[in-house]
Design a protein around this ligand. Structure first.
Ligand SMILES: Nc1nc2c(ncn2[C@@H]2O[C@H](COP(=O)(O)OP(=O)(O)OP(=O)(O)O)[C@@H](O)[C@H]2O)c(=O)[nH]1
Length: 226
């Protein structure tokens, strides 16, 4: 893989037992673990490197515990996340109510975080459609309202799992490119003689004042890039 490196923090949120860990397992290790259910304690971290065009993207995925006992801890993990995959179980309507709780919280506290709604365990509906407890069209309307993307996945069969994470990475790369263009335009407007800019996706600190460029300008520019 070539091109610039991009790091994206992604957080998995949702009620316990909805299948967050299974989703990450399927995506990262391409496997579905069978056996007794083991709830996540606190959170788990895993990274996966992938490519989007000529970019090398590292998704740093925080898989949080769904139990309300760990709710306060989950808040620590979504801070600064660029994307949140908010999961609900397609066969459990209460899990969708819980998903809405997380969406509300993210919308008020993490404005820069793109939300992806993920209905899990779609294989169970293939076995028996009557098991669906969360209507697709209702969720689609809700997703449109909150400007979120909607996926229905199965970690058991792998359905739409890669597509979900690929979309997360692609969206982030295109938003970052848009922000860079905006920062560049801003810099040109502020300093007409300005001809070069450091372009990177990594967090930066600018070492000092650059001749002819106001410090506040650089700060603003680099913030725009971050
Ligand atoms: N049939 C089916 N079962 C699934 C799927 N995903 C998860 N499960 C099952 O659902 C149960 C819970 O899955 P987990 O991935 O541990 O759920 P979680 O959301 O990480 O749970 P917490 O760690 O408590 O927050 C397990 O028994 C999984 O095998 C799926 O796509 N299809």
């Amino acid at each position: 893989m070539s091109g610039q490196r991009v790091d994206v923090k992604v957080v998995m949120l949702g009620k316990e037992y909805v299948g967050k860990t299974s989703l990450v397992e399927r995506y990262v290790h391409d496997r579905f673990l069978v056996g007794p259910y083991q709830n996540t304690i606190g959170a788990a971290f895993v990274a996966k490197v992938m490519s989007v065009g000529d970019r090398t993207v590292t998704l740093g995925i925080w898989d949080t515990a769904g139990s309300e006992r760990y709710e306060a801890m989950s808040r620590i993990y979504y801070r600064g996340a660029k994307a949140a995959i908010v999961c609900y179980d397609l066969t459990d309507s209460s899990s969708f109510e819980r998903a809405k709780f997380w969406v509300k919280e993210l919308r008020s506290l993490e404005e820069g975080c793109q939300i992806y709604l993920c209905g899990t365990k779609s294989d169970l509906l293939e076995e028996d459609r009557r098991r669906r407890r969360v209507d697709f069209h209702d969720v689609q309307d809700y997703a449109d309202n909150i400007k979120a993307q909607l996926f229905e996945t199965s970690s058991k069969t792998g359905q739409s799992v890669d597509e979900l994470f690929q979309k997360v990475a692609e969206d982030y790369v295109s938003v970052a490119a848009f922000q860079r263009t905006r920062a560049w335009t801003w810099a040109r407007r502020q300093t007409p003689t300005f001809t070069a800019v450091v372009i990177t996706d990594s967090p930066l600190t600018w070492p000092g004042r650059v001749k002819g460029v106001p410090q506040s300008g650089w700060t603003q520019l680099l913030t725009g890039l971050g």
